[in-house]
Design a protein around this ligand. Structure first.
Ligand SMILES: Nc1ncnc2c1ncn2[C@@H]1O[C@H](COP(=O)(O)OP(=O)(O)O)[C@@H](O)[C@H]1O
Ligand SMILES: [Mg+2]
Length: 297
């Protein structure tokens, strides 16, 4: 359950690579138990934020606080976070069990504890019977589960997910979205996910952070983002996609320009009505797509 306690804070975070500034003025407070999604087009700086939280790269300016304590300079292995990378980054020469135990071994946990936690983590993702297989002997979905089990084995305070479903085909992606959300609820684990997929963000998140060009455009619940867009950019997210002819383009970096349709009611539509995720995660929300032209309801 989300509570109002702030677990993690990004304060005035900026990041430059050489002379190029890629992030500026990033302010974000993540609540304990929250599922928060960073949504933005390719190149907007999502992965860079996640990597800074995980400790894989240092901010050029600003601070990262965990329960009020400055962890900006803390090395990766001293942060109670774990990451599922976009390509899973499994060790090909290690078995499933070996991959899942790796983080615990690096942290110097006793052998008996490691065995128990690995077995629990594999049970969580229903991979117990495949513990002795190697990554090359697994399907894409199974590899994703291994990466998830590896990240969850140490029960991190924060789970970081970078486009975790990007490599899966559509049906499997939906299954895994449901699975990840179930685990997040069951384990009550604060989760920060990065995606460019609006529907994924909409259906899985307690709050969404909309990014564009290295800046945060808006932070809010799915209802707030879709009901009261703070900027033109956020409202454009919801305009008609000429490719899918739906009011909500699944992936707004699909390469198709989103032109704002004209007419007061042209772009009024309920989004995600048929999404299987919708029934699973939200019972009463109604998402209405509007443009930055005012539409009365
Ligand atoms: N190690 C790096 N060196 C130079 N530029 C980088 C590096 N990592 C990311 N960038 C640049 O930073 C910007 C944001 O990248 P990234 O955070 O990966 O975006 P996203 O995950 O939203 O697609 C991009 O323009 C990218 O080219
Ligand atoms: Mg990325």
């Amino acid at each position: 359950m989300t509570d109002d306690r702030i677990l993690l804070e990004l304060k005035s975070i900026s990041k430059s690579f050489g002379p190029t500034a890629v992030l500026e003025g990033i302010e974000l407070a993540v609540r304990d138990g929250e599922f928060i999604t960073i949504l933005g087009p390719s190149g907007s700086g999502k992965t860079t934020i996640l990597r800074m939280i995980g400790g894989f790269t240092q901010p050029s300016g600003g601070e990262i606080l965990l329960e009020g304590r400055d962890i900006t300079g803390l090395p990766i292995n001293r942060r109670p976070f774990n990451t599922v990378f976009q390509d899973y980054a499994l060790f090909p020469h290690m078995t499933v069990a070996g991959n899942v135990s790796y983080g615990l071994m690096v942290r110097g946990r006793p052998r008996r504890e490691i065995a128990r936690k690995v077995s629990e983590a594999l049970d969580l993702v229903q991979l117990g019977p495949l513990a002795d297989r190697y990554p090359a002997q697994l399907s894409g979905g199974q590899r994703q589960r291994v990466a998830l089990a590896r990240a969850l084995a140490a029960r991190p305070r924060v789970l970081l997910l970078d486009e975790p479903f990007g490599a899966l085909d559509k049906n499997l992606r939906l299954d895994m979205q449901i699975e990840v959300k179930r685990l997040q609820r069951e384990l009550d684990i604060t989760t920060i996910m990065v995606t460019h997929d609006q529907e994924e963000a909409l259906t899985m998140s307690d709050r969404i952070v909309v990014m564009s060009n290295g800046r945060i455009e808006q932070v809010g619940t799915p209802d707030e983002i879709y009901g009261r867009p703070a900027t033109a950019f956020v409202s454009i997210l919801k305009s008609m996609c000429p490719k899918t002819q739906t009011s909500l383009c699944r992936s707004y970096c699909c390469g198709h320009p989103t032109e704002l349709p004209t007419g007061p009611s042209a772009n009024l539509g309920i989004t995600s009505r048929n999404s299987p995720m919708r029934d699973t995660f939200s019972s009463s929300r109604t998402f209405v797509a509007v443009t930055d032209r005012k539409v009365s309801l």
